[in-house]
Design a protein around this ligand. Structure first.
Ligand code: SF4
Ligand code: FES
Length: 270
C-alpha cells in the first residue's frame, strides 16, 4: 500500500509537519505550544466537546475557527493558536462553562487568563456534584474505550444532560478502577476507601476490597481483580499481592541474586 505523505503547514508562523491523521492539537503539543484542552486525553478518542482548544485556520484573507483536537491540517494551512479571534472565542466558551460550573478551579484560572468578566452570565447551579461536571465525557470514554466496561454514560438532553450509570440505575459494570476519577479534568468525581470497601462517591457504587495475601492491606477491588485475571493481563499469582509487597519481593530476589556473585568474588579474592 502506498504510504501517505506528511503534511506541511505552519503554527504561529513556525513550520510544522503532521503525520497522516495527526491533529493540530497533537502537533502543537509536540512543538511545545500550549492550547487549553479540557476534554482531550491521548488515551481515548477525541470528541471535541469542550471547544476550548479552538484555533484559527487562515487561507489568504479568509479564516475559520476549528477545534484543534479533531482538526487534521491540510498542506499549506496557516494555524494561529492565540489570535484575537481565537481568544475571543475561547473567552466566550469559558464564560459559558463557568455559568454551568462556577466553582471549577481550572475554569477560574482560565477566566483570569482570558479576562472573563465574573458573573456576567447567570450561574445555573444545582447544589450537587454535577455543578463540577463540564460534560466533557472523558470519564464516559475512558470507561468505554480504555476499561471496556461502559459503567457510565450520558442521560438527558440540553441543559438536562448529565453523566450517570446506564438508565440512571446502578453502575453494574463498574470495577472501581478509578480511571474516570483520574481523567476527570475538573475534580468532579471521587473515590473513597473504607476498611473493606471502595466507594465511587458520585455513582454511589460500593465494591468490596481484596486483602493482600502477604501484608493483609486492602489494595484493589474484587471486581477489578476478577476482570484483570479473566482477561489474562497479569499472572494471577502476581495479582494476589499488593504493589508494595510485590516491589519488596522483587527487591529481595534481586538482592539475593546479586549477593551470590559478590560472595563468590570475595571468596575467590580471599
Ligand atoms: S465527571 Fe468529569 S470527566 Fe466526566 S464528564 Fe464530567 S467533567 Fe468530564
Ligand atoms: S479539547 Fe478539543 S474540544 Fe475539548
Amino acid at each position: 500500500m502506498e504510504q501517505q505523505a506528511n503534511i506541511a503547514f505552519t503554527i504561529n508562523g513556525k513550520d510544522a509537519t503532521a503525520a497522516p491523521g495527526e491533529t493540530v492539537l497533537a502537533v502543537a503539543t509536540r512543538m511545545g505550544i500550549e492550547i487549553p484542552a479540557l476534554c482531550h486525553h491521548p488515551g481515548v478518542e477525541a470528541y471535541g466537546t469542550c471547544r476550548l482548544c479552538v484555533v484559527e485556520v487562515v487561507w489568504g484573507k479568509r479564516s475559520k475557527i476549528v477545534t484543534s483536537c479533531i482538526y487534521t491540517p491540510y498542506a499549506g494551512d496557516r494555524i494561529e493558536t492565540d489570535s484575537e479571534r481565537v481568544r475571543r472565542t475561547r473567552k466566550m466558551v469559558i464564560e459559558l462553562l463557568l455559568a454551568r460550573c462556577p466553582e471549577v478551579d481550572i475554569l477560574k484560572q482560565l477566566a483570569v487568563e482570558y479576562d472573563v468578566e465574573p458573573g456576567r452570565l447567570p450561574a445555573s447551579v444545582t447544589g450537587t456534584w454535577r455543578d463540577k461536571c463540564i460534560l466533557c465525557g472523558l470519564c464516559v470514554r475512558v470507561c468505554a474505550q480504555g476499561v471496556r466496561q461502559n459503567a457510565i454514560g450520558y442521560a438527558g438532553r440540553g441543559s438536562e444532560r448529565t453523566v450517570t450509570p446506564p438508565f440512571a440505575g446502578k453502575a453494574e459494570g463498574c470495577i472501581g478502577c478509578g480511571a474516570c476519577v483520574f481523567v476527570c479534568p475538573t475534580g468532579a468525581l471521587h473515590i473513597e476507601d473504607t476498611a473493606t470497601e471502595r466507594v465511587m462517591v458520585e455513582t454511589e457504587t460500593r465494591l468490596p476490597l481484596l486483602a493482600c495475601r502477604t501484608c493483609g492491606a486492602r489494595f484493589t477491588t474484587e471486581a477489578q481483580f476478577n476482570l484483570i485475571s479473566a482477561r489474562g493481563l497479569i499472572p494471577k499469582k502476581t495479582l494476589y499481592t499488593c504493589p508494595d509487597c510485590r516491589r519488596a519481593e522483587t527487591r529481595s530476589r534481586a538482592e539475593t541474586l546479586l549477593a551470590v556473585p559478590a560472595a563468590a568474588i570475595s571468596t575467590a579474592k580471599g
